[in-house]
Write a protein that binds this ligand. Sequence first.
Ligand SMILES: NC(=O)c1ccc[n+]([C@@H]2O[C@H](COP(=O)([O-])OP(=O)(O)OC[C@H]3O[C@@H](n4cnc5c(N)ncnc54)[C@H](OP(=O)(O)O)[C@@H]3O)[C@@H](O)[C@H]2O)c1
Length: 274
Amino acid sequence: MKITFLGGGNMAAALIGGMLERGFAAGDIQVVELGADARERLSGRFGVRAVESFDAAALACDVVLLAVKPQQMKAALAPLAGRLSGQLVISIAAGLRVADLGRWLGAGAAPYARIVRCMPNTPALIGAGVTGLYADPSVDAAGREAAGAILSAVGSVVWVGDEAAIDGVTAVSGSGPAYVFHFIEALEAAGRALGFDEAAARRLALDTVLGAARLAASSDEPPGVLRERVTSKGGTTEAALASLAAAGWHDELVAAVKAAAERGRELGEQLGKD
Ligand SMILES: NC(=O)c1ccc[n+]([C@@H]2O[C@H](COP(=O)([O-])OP(=O)(O)OC[C@H]3O[C@@H](n4cnc5c(N)ncnc54)[C@H](OP(=O)(O)O)[C@@H]3O)[C@@H](O)[C@H]2O)c1
């Protein structure tokens, strides 16, 4: 499978690194990237071909992976419009919808259809991401398999059946690392308030989140059952959880994530204008 990336920044580098580790060949990967320094870095680090614009070799691929910033996408796709001939297009750009990408890539009035839209998250940069994927109905099983294999190089994948659900993925796992960082900050602040120095408070908070997440991931039980198991009647954990419940913490978090999904929908509308 030959893949050409459009944009060779952080996410493209993370994906290429992960793909090479999983047995993709450097000779099958090309990058179209405007920045000369970035091109040099990519070819030096990964041994892939990096060029400034789409030439015949860059177009001779099975997959075009769109990895420029959402605000850069329309301009970046203009030189490609009407030049694709059946390649699978995978977009990792936040917010941009399949219909808008298809319109920008299409020839004349006919939109380009063979598009998979994905939403990875920042832990992808260390190979520990999770990506939500949506495929236009025109994408066949082989296309879905190819997209799944590429995004699996930087973590796990979850397919969704309708495009609107990508706004939900954005809200839960796309923005999710920030919620977790915020939780770690708060747990660290609590440790500081209880007299620990900064280093000890951070270690206690960070390793608790890391360990609890690994335990939850390796357990057959849902997180709620694991929580109940460490909550003895009249104990310390019960006191903390009762305080969180009284503050409406759970419902607040659900409302916050719903607000993120709504914002994602609004941004998608704005980004796809014209
Ligand atoms: N970072 C994440 O964790 C994350 C998570 C989910 C989704 N995403 C999505 O992934 C995409 C890439 O994000 P990123 O963090 O990798 O961005 P990035 O580091 O800015 O990479 C984008 C690269 O594309 C280059 N570029 C811009 N216009 C171009 C054009 N017309 N032709 C060729 N190259 C062009 C940019 O060059 P200049 O720097 O010179 O502009 C830059 O090197 C975004 O759409 C983002 O929404 C990222």
